[in-house]
Design a protein around this ligand. Structure first.
Ligand SMILES: NC(=O)C1=CN([C@@H]2O[C@H](COP(=O)(O)OP(=O)(O)OC[C@H]3O[C@@H](n4cnc5c(N)ncnc54)[C@H](OP(=O)(O)O)[C@@H]3O)[C@@H](O)[C@H]2O)[C@@H](O)CC1
Ligand SMILES: Nc1ncnc2c1ncn2[C@@H]1O[C@H](COP(=O)(O)OP(=O)(O)O)[C@@H](O)[C@H]1O
Ligand SMILES: [K+]
Length: 556
């Protein structure tokens, strides 16, 4: 269902809302519906037999109006309700009316936010998507006080202070335990800057018609399922390469009056199930299941090559070849007896200086950069340049990205016909695109970067974002700080490589497959942390749990 995966900006939400009102839905009815459903969710989270005293922070706009309806519903059920209304004088008409009725019912107002200090929980309805500028003065002090309390806070629509579109904090923001988002997901909730404010996210369904969100040409998941088992071609045939690797005709663009084709979607479990290279064709063989080349490692960072190998192992490609400094050959073979290992020439410091005469075009995917070390930069003509000139889908990570950051290859990358996937963390992204300011609007900046470079970029962090050429954009709404540990990214690159090697890009857009891998990587981390705590998720453990995440996802 598109409603549960699409994300919108404040302007888009306002336009959708205006259309609904102009078609006859009364404003007050939509507010009533949203707020009553939100109040039902709140009573599930905080049942009256356990939590009696509830405080509300009521703003002057319709977020405050929602709050007053919720307050009324909880009051009528028997909760002891207190309202703190700092912008009372500015209240919009509908908000004023709800306030008048709340007062008629006898719901108490308090003068200071500190008067809510004995509440069992607090509902934050100060600002929703109407917040456009920094919160200052007394309101700022109020939020500082609130964030210092140990009282759980439920934010309605968005934590007050978070910018709906960028997720940035406008001066100060409420730290919620739960955010009940109304109608459609607001994109800012999923951006890294909002992570520590939103708490657990819940979407409150308010009946926005799907017809307002669907556009012509949207691809539906049933089409994908039918096409999932394409005809098999002989390995390495020209026809197969053309089919598999060229992506020009595939995107998920849809043209809807209110929601842009570039609006990011949240990758769902159903998307993930659909995108995995499963089930296999009964008559397949190893060369039809993806032939992956991992070019990685150095004497100094041998572990990165191993972790990429463990990641690739759980990605299941039919053939995996490592091209590593020749000194690492034995180690690699001892860990991965099923892989081919090619030793490459090295400089004294143990970094790769050439790919010798590797036939790069025979692979279905190449992952480059994990643990290769910065010194490879001096040998980029013999390493990165031939890789970029190959006609194979590429994943470039770590020091591979640092070579790209020198800026010599963007033109070559732009002209590549096969997918190029870059997997920077925030620091690497900033080095790659020093002219772009990631903290301003991380999503728009990411879109710009992937469009400019004709690539798919997976931006790593507490939230994983994916953008393919600025058009197909995905949010991975899963994450665990257990992965904040050296080597987690190497596992992801190997896993991505193995899945990409098996993917027919005529069926799935690159971005969706990349987001699928990002989702399973995080889900693996979450499952691993459940059994080993957040302290126990090293890269090898993580890779085992990525496979468990695949099993669990298919079984759910
Ligand atoms: N769309 C839907 O389907 C539904 C939407 N609904 C709800 O409506 C909410 C949006 O309501 P909204 O437009 O009234 O905006 P909201 O965020 O309440 O406040 C804006 C007010 O705050 C003020 N203000 C702004 N910044 C300020 C600052 N820094 N410091 C001080 N004041 C500041 C600004 O006044 P200004 O000073 O700018 O004139 C304005 O008056 C939405 O989030 C959802 O909860 C549901 O009811 C029904 C379904
Ligand atoms: N706080 C966090 N929450 C969720 N995921 C995280 C967090 N910190 C790191 N990660 C994930 O861990 C991985 C780290 O990658 P990276 O920084 O490249 O590590 P390395 O280079 O050491 O392998 C990324 O996939 C990132 O999304
Ligand atoms: K709010």
């Amino acid at each position: 269902m598109i409603k549960t995966s699409i994300t919108v900006t404040a302007k888009q939400m306002q336009e959708i809302e205006e259309r609904i009102f102009s078609e006859g839905m009364p404003v007050a009815s939509l507010m009533e519906k949203a707020a009553v459903f939100a109040s039902q969710k709140i009573t599930q989270l905080y049942p009256l037999n356990l939590y009696q005293k509830v405080g509300f922070i009521i703003g002057c706009g319709h977020n405050g109006g929602d709050g007053l309806v919720i307050a009324r519903e909880l009051f009528l059920q028997g909760f002891q309700v207190s309202l703190y209304i700092p912008l009372r004088e500015k209240s919009k008409d509908l908000t004023k009316q709800h306030l008048q009725y709340a007062e008629f019912l006898g719901i108490a107002s308090v003068e200071f936010i500190e008067d809510l200090s004995t509440c069992d929980f607090i509902v934050d309805c100060l600002f929703g998507f109407g917040l456009t500028r920094n919160i200052e003065g007394k309101l700022r002090e109020d939020i500082i006080w609130l964030n210092q309390q140990s009282i759980p806070v439920v934010s309605i629509d968005i934590p007050s202070g978070i910018h709906t579109d960028t997720g940035n904090v406008l001066g100060i923001a409420v730290k919620a335990v739960y955010t009940l988002c109304l109608g459609l997901w607001k994109v800012g909730l999923f951006l890294s800057s909002a992570v520590e404010y939103t708490g657990s996210l819940h979407l409150i369904e308010i009946g926005i018609p799907e017809s307002l969100l669907m556009g012509e040409g949207i691809r539906n998941d049933d089409d994908e399922r039918e096409e999932k088992n394409p005809p098999l071609y002989p390995p390495n045939s020209e026809e197969r390469k053309r089919e598999k690797n060229q992506t020009e005709n595939v995107n998920y663009s849809f043209h809807c009056q209110y929601v842009s084709e570039t609006n990011p979607r949240i990758i769902t479990k159903e998307d993930v199930k659909n995108c995995l290279p499963l089930p296999r064709h009964v008559n397949t063989h190893k060369y039809k299941q993806g032939n992956l080349l991992l070019i990685c490692g150095s004497n100094q960072y041998a572990g990165a090559a191993l972790l990429a190998g463990y990641g690739a192992k759980c990605g299941g490609s039919g053939m995996i070849t490592f091209a590593v400094p020749h000194g690492l050959k034995k180690t690699l073979i001892s860990h991965f007896p099923w892989a081919l290992v090619i030793g490459l020439p090295v400089k004294e410091e143990g970094t790769i200086i050439s790919l010798r005469n590797l036939d790069l075009n025979k692979y279905d995917a190449i992952a480059f950069g994990m643990g290769i070390g910065r010194e490879v930069s001096a040998y980029q003509e013999q390493t990165l340049a031939p890789i970029l000139n190959s006609e194979v889908p590429l994943i470039i990570d770590a020091d591979g990205l640092n070579i790209l950051a020198e800026g010599r290859y963007w033109q070559t990358i732009k002209q590549r016909k096969s997918p190029t996937i870059l997997t920077p963390h925030i620091g690497e992204f900033k080095r790659l695109f020093p002219q772009l300011n990631l903290s301003e609007n991380s999503l728009e900046v990411l879109k710009m970067a992937s469009k400019m470079t004709n690539t798919t970029i997976l931006l790593k962090g507490a939230k994983t974002l994916v953008s393919e050429k600025g058009i197909n954009n995905w949010i991975v709404n899963l994450g665990t700080p257990a992965l904040a540990r050296g080597g987690s990214g190497d596992v992801l690159s190997g896993f991505l490589g193995a899945v990409i090697a098996q993917t027919n890009f005529n069926i799935f857009p690159v971005s969706k497959v990349v987001a699928t891998c990002g989702w399973l990587h995080q889900q693996g981390g979450i499952l691993a942390a459940q059994n080993h705590t957040e302290m126990g998720v090293d890269g090898v453990t993580l890779s085992e749990y990525i496979n468990k995440a695949v099993v669990k996802t298919l079984g759910d």
